[in-house]
Design a protein around this ligand. Sequence first.
Ligand code: HT7
Ligand code: ZN
Length: 858
Amino acid sequence: PTVIRREDYRPPEWLVPETALDFSLGAGETTVRSMLKVARNPDGSGDKTIRLNGDGIEARSVSVDGKPGNGWRMDGPDLLIDLDGDEHEIAIETVLKPAQNSQLMGLYASNGMLCTQCEAQGFRRITFFPDRPDVLSSFTVRMEGPKDAFPVLLSNGNCVKEGEDGGTHWAEWHDPWPKPSYLFALVAGELVSNHDTFTTMSGRKVDLNIWVRPGDEDRTGHAMESLKASMKWDEETFGREYDLDLFNIVAVSDFNMGAMENKGLNIFNTRYVLADPETATDADYDAIEGVIGHEYFHNWSGNRVTCRDWFQLSLKEGFTVLRDQLFSADMGSEAVKRIEDVRILRSAQYPEDSGPLAHPIRPDSYEEISNFYTATVYNKGAEVIRMMRTMAGPERFREGTDLYFERHDGEAATCEDFVKAIEDGAGLDLGQFRLWYSQAGTPQVKAKLLHENGFATVRLEQTVPVTPGQPEKQPMPIPLKLALFERETGKHKGEALVVLDKESADFSFKGHERRPVLSINRGFSAPVAVEIDTTSEDLVFLAAKDDDAFARYEAMQSLVVRHLISAIGGGLGERERDLERDAVSQAIESALFDEDLDDLMRGELMILPAEAYLAEQMLVADPGAIHAEREGLRAWLGEELQEDFEDLHDRVSEVPYGRDAASRGARKLKTQALLYLAAGAPEEAAERAARQYALADNMTDRQGALMVLCGLDVPERDKALADFRKRYEGNALVLDKWFALQAGSLHPDVLEHVRELAGHPDFTLGNPNRVRSLYMAFAMNPAAFHAESGEGYRMIADLILKLDPINSQTAARFVPPLGRWRRIEPVRSDLMRGELERIAATPHLSRDVREQVTKSLG
Ligand code: HT7
Ligand code: ZN
């Protein structure tokens, strides 16, 4: 396999100041004529050969400076031409078959329309080009096609000319902003738009369109509101103004990821555009707001300043995730958003960091770049930048980002450029901090509180675990916010920020006559795992009293994690277990009745730590034991607090539907309460859930009730499932939920259900949303995936092999769950490894799957 290394970066030999593309569109066949004005790069080595990347395409003709010729050759998939002068014009014709493009990279057909996906290396599936992010070009795009099939023709920038000739029509688009090929986009199809406008801070009017299939326009209101809010927020918070007169978003049903930030023409998975209360949950609404914001924010962090090479991916993704997190926090509850973000980090990124695919946020090498669109690059990347913001404070951080945008506008930059700009602009010394970019692994911090002579001393020790290719690690600077609570008053004297930058250090605070209670990593100020030497009483105290919402949640989680881990390990006698369960029950009960809490936050405090997170706490995990103990605790709490949960469910069921926080909080609690009740007294709960299902006037309640019913072996289950399917006939996104609820359920027969669902007429491997809804929900369902028989592992391995030739990017995303084998008990571990070996032994694997499987076995 060819390994691409960061250290091998060389500037491009040739630049492409101008690109003109001419598309003759057809779903069966599309002809692309490109004209590239190329110029020798003064920073290159003087090589006279230009390398134009290609992938699965053939050149029908090539000419240089108007002369067709054969002075070109192929080098694998790439086209090479020797050029004598410093400037030339290269014309190339390629022919594509969009309807046959099941990989969904390059130009493809989706639901009758044509659309593109070029990041990271899809442009080379359209035409030959130096397909690397540091080659920026001015694009002019002409497209023509049958008006009945493709009434709307869109590309980046502005439409400068259009016309028609019989049944054919054409449009020419010009993007005034030079951009790398990965930001190119084209869409052609039968689309209708929700149109609005936004006036920027300098008074420019921008036309906004959200394009969808006819019939879907009524479900675009929330996306449009989110877009306008994003534009305003970026002006106010980061001083960034939009820079074109037009901003288009198109929703497509077949898409490998969430959305794509193409300049002036964002392309979205329908999932992150379409919503109304009847078909979208509160979580869907939040996700739409977050993704719309994310893609919009890329206009500056990604497009105006782009990446020099793909190793710098976190430069745009980590920063943009941080920006979208701050945006969502400002739009709703800051505390709840922080908790949700940490939950994602812990369940998706921590396992990555402790497994065979661990990599730094700026990787050193890759075989297939698509495999590096990871939680590490995105979410840990955001945490790393958030730490800089915490150390600098928001105002100085803003000075740093202003300097970054000013210095690098129009450039292809590096992570180092970003750090330097923050260092200079915010006045921080980030010398040692750069280790966060190069070292993988989640740092482990041990915290101990010592108390003597009125001094409280926080003793901290860090270790950074060994990860593949990184046997030795250096201590990292870890900014930790902490507070010391007086037991009697329940108050502290102010929060401190300490930076642990050595293997160990003591931080002393005077004026503590009595031993205080330590609250540490408040607000999750650093993406580390903290092991704190404290008592359950202190955790109960913090769970009830901490004034930092995240720390309060954390104390509750720690209390439960601590109990479950010792119970799973078999270290608790019957009596001890009951005592510990009592402590958990009391903590939950006090959260249920705390009048200072809003319901959204109350809902967070009720969520039990995920099984994947519990597994992370153990060197070798037994998924069966984890599942049994966690569900056992839930059932015990469900019985113990049955009346409380019933009262709670009754109370919140009275709250009418609205998009406000109180109403959303009520819905969150409704389903949380049902989950406990279903575990404690399944039959009674089934009735309650069926009632919630029947009375629901919104998808959050309906889906919540159905989720609970799906996990129970009761007659109400099948009835509700059949109703759900019929009620939302023809709505693909809701049908995805129907698949996912069954595959992700607690029902003992999930494996059988998934097998049956895979043969359902509505199931297809051609649509990534549908594949994820069935199989990712299953792979993330610990009890089913880790079935002792190994059938769950076999099912996912079979899927990978079947999906690989159809959509290798999506197939490769199913490898990491199997790659956890080293951290699983021996019987299951062997079965998991066996499936990986079976995949590895299969001929003709894609580069995507091969890289993930080889590394997972290595
Ligand atoms: N920047 C976008 C990445 C993306 C992508 C990458 C590989 C294959 C398909 C893809 N679709 C979109 C998404 C984002 O982070 O904004
Ligand atoms: Zn992004």
